[in-house]
Design a protein around this ligand. Structure first.
Ligand code: ZN
Length: 427
């Protein structure tokens, strides 16, 4: 299967088609309304530049716009469903699967140039899979390469999803890796260490260097037996959030422990990533404080598979059981759940895996699609611009055959991708 996927990605050469006309008129049979969870029939979508100019009937659009020949390029999508482009709110474009190269070796042995070169391919595969936006949560030792990549995308130098990036991310001194080497070596760390009042300077420095969002590790595997334990104090996380907030930026927290999740929630982070040990009580606290939960199910299953687990054959490993329990508790608590897969440690372009797992672990298809569009747009801080097929919204759209509300597998084959108003064909 893995071979098939990599072959598919190899053949997925995105050809950008340019049109002379100002308007693009998309004529699908159905439009997916993710908010209502229904397919709308008999509507067309008019795109001007990078925005949706109109959504309406054939006649209504013609009554209001001059769509004479040479002014518009019509794209016939008969039998197809037009829907918002998908959003993965937790990616690492500068990482590649750990069964190819361990995290330590990627951070310590791969040059910055190699990592960026790989990322260019990762972005192409991601867009080809219908993911038009990513919230990329940490360069993992590659400095601010993500900021440079985001700028290259903005300039049209390379092709890929819309990005917001975290830059280096912040960890408490002593908590993060690589670890286990002779102490006389000075190693490249996977994130930037900072503590106490110095956090103010580091947050501001990261903002100055181009971070769109501040990522912190509220806990990490640095307990006495290598188990996860909290890192920053509540006061430290409050300092980080307050400093980021005055620049208009949000903070997201990696956290797998109850105490880490509690501190991050009370300090006012926007989302909590992983949440393995979350209980109904913790998820309710998150809900009450408008904190979004990104469960990252796909990476957990991928890591279990790298360790030898055969899904469907072997007994479910404890890490996966914990995720099932966390999802059940989160759904019971009613906290907002996002689509954040932690892709990178597993194959870029295979992001759909998270959506399928969210459904398998208890979310309805409708909620899963909302998580990957509307909730994602909130986390991209583009709530009123992205994630729905609406007038005035950005033209980040995908075209599929069939009804995604009936079967998420429909999303495994994308027929057309429209991003920033540009039309791409996976072929
Ligand atoms: Zn991650």
């Amino acid at each position: 299967m893995k071979k098939v996927i990599s072959l598919l990605i190899a053949y997925l050469i995105l050809v950008q088609t340019t049109f002379a006309a100002d308007y693009k008129l998309l004529k699908p049979t159905y439009i997916l309304d993710v908010e209502q969870g229904e397919l709308i029939e008999g509507q067309e979508v008019l795109i001007l530049d990078d925005k949706i100019a109109a959504v309406g009937s054939h006649q209504a659009i013609r009554d209001n716009y001059d769509l004479s020949d040479g002014n518009v390029r019509s794209i016939n999508l008969e039998g197809m469903t037009l829907m918002p482009g998908l959003i993965d709110a937790h990616s690492h474009i500068l990482l590649h699967p750990y069964n190819e190269t361990s995290w330590n070796d990627q951070v310590l042995k791969e040059s910055r140039a190699e990592r960026v070169a790989r990322a260019v391919g990762h972005l192409k595969a991601t867009l080809g899979a219908g993911f038009t936006s990513l919230r990329d949560l940490g360069s993992e030792g590659a400095g601010y390469a993500d900021v440079g990549i985001r700028k290259a995308l903005d300039k049209g130098v390379i092709v890929g999803p819309r990005l917001i990036v975290a830059g280096r991310a912040i960890v408490a001194t002593g908590s993060y890796g690589p670890k286990g080497f002779d102490l006389s070596h000075t190693l490249t760390l996977g994130a930037e260490p900072a503590d106490g009042d110095d956090l103010i300077r580091v947050v501001r420095d990261q903002i100055g260097k181009g971070a769109d969002v501040i990522k912190i590790y509220a806990d990490y595997r640095w307990g006495p037996n290598g188990d996860a334990a909290p890192t920053f104090s509540l006061k430290e996380i409050e300092t980080i959030v307050e400093t980021a907030k005055s620049s208009g930026r949000k903070v997201v927290a990696h956290s797998t422990t109850q105490e880490g999740m509690r501190r991050a929630t009370l300090a006012g982070v926007q989302s909590i990533e992983h949440g393995d040990a979350g209980t109904v009580e913790i998820f309710k606290l998150m809900k009450d404080n408008n904190v979004v939960f990104c469960p990252t199910l796909a990476v957990t299953e991928a890591n279990a598979e790298y360790a030898g687990w055969k899904k469907g054959e072997d007994e479910t490993p404890s890490s996966v059981k914990l995720k099932h329990a966390a999802m059940t508790s989160a759904i019971e608590a009613g906290v907002t759940i996002c689509n954040g897969s932690d892709v990178g440690p597993y194959t870029h372009g295979d992001n759909l895996r998270e959506l399928k797992l969210m459904h398998e672990y208890g979310l309805s298809i409708e909620e899963t699609l909302q998580a990957a569009t509307m909730v994602g747009s909130e986390l991209m801080n583009m709530k009123d611009k992205l994630g729905q097929v609406k007038v005035g919204y950005l033209a980040d759209l995908i075209v599929v055959e069939g009804d995604p509300l009936n079967d998420l597998d429909v999303l495994s084959e994308i027929n057309l991708i429209i991003q920033k108003g540009q039309v791409y064909k996976p072929n």
